[in-house]
Design a protein around this ligand. Structure first.
Ligand code: DGL
Length: 272
């Protein structure tokens, strides 16, 4: 009989590692559970150090590489950096450091918004660090010279969401305040380029109105990963996949928020 953890040609039952600065990567994890239901996942939310988006590049590199090393020690087959801020600042370094494949989410995200936009007036909202890097603006405009990207950071969204305010008056007021400048422009699509933001997609859509398509790229990220695993013969056939959770923050708070968002009972959340 084959050892369950043994890599065999064509299949690999080891877990996928996923990390974010906090709860945001759960939006990616939810799509992974939906589209890759046989895959086991180990999630790490670095809530003690969130938000990454207001930190310097060197701090983000330090926290993101620590998070990547932590998961890499857990015998994972692939690492997903489910945090745009960490991808923008540290994905090259993490790829160089690790011997397993590293999957970043910026590529499937910008490709999705380019596919969805009709007039190529594209809004991008993200953390300060992601906007400062200009990575989305550069990639979108390089791939379609007709595109015009309007970028905006919404620094208080992440602390608000980390406190569990997904869908209330506080979140609505803040979204109205931040998104006002974008409402005056003729954008037809708005990319949620921070994995926390889909947690308040309903509110963002309400504020932007029906003429703007709000894009949550998490499903596209999951589908991209699915085809990567299949192409490389490292999909899993687990009938009962395992989901493990770690946080550097408060384990009880993590468990409560993650259960609501994933609509799943979680056995335990361990402290990193
Ligand atoms: N969820 C993260 C992102 O996609 C980072 C949020 C933060 O910690 O500032 O950028």
């Amino acid at each position: 009989m084959l050892d369950k953890n043994l890599k065999c040609p064509g299949f690999d039952s080891r877990s996928i590692g996923v990390f974010d600065s906090g709860f945001g990567g759960l939006t990616i994890m939810k799509s992974l559970i939906e589209k890759l239901p046989s895959e086991s996942i180990i999630y790490f939310g670095d809530s003690a150090n969130a938000p990454y988006g207001d930190r310097t590049s060197s701090e983000i590199i330090k926290y993101a590489t620590d998070a990547a090393d932590f998961l890499a020690q857990k015998n994972i087959k692939i690492l997903i950096i489910a945090c745009n801020t960490a991808c923008a600042c540290a994905s090259k370094i993490i790829k160089q450091k690790l011997s397993i494949p590293v999957f970043e989410i910026i590529t499937p995200s910008f490709q999705t918004v380019l596919k969805e936009s009709k007039n190529y007036n594209i809004g991008v909202i993200a953390t300060r660090a992601t906007i400062r890097s200009q990575i989305y603006k550069k990639l979108i405009e390089q791939h379609n010279p007709k595109a015009r990207v309007l970028s905006l950071s919404c620094p208080l969204f992440v602390p608000l969401l980390e406190e569990g305010h997904f869908d209330n008056k506080l979140a609505l007021n803040l979204a109205e305040h931040y998104l006002k400048p974008l409402k005056k422009k003729k954008i037809d699509t708005l990319l949620l380029a921070c994995t926390h933001y889909p947690l308040m997609k309903g509110i963002i859509q309400k504020v932007m109105g029906d003429d703007v398509k709000v894009i949550d790229p998490s499903l596209a990220c999951a589908l991209n990963l699915l085809s990567f695993l299949e192409k490389n013969g490292i999909s899993s056939l687990n009938a009962k996949p395992k989901y493990e959770f770690y946080t550097s923050g408060d384990t009880e708070k993590f468990k409560n928020i993650a259960e609501v968002f994933l609509e799943k009972k979680i056995d335990q959340v361990l402290k990193k």
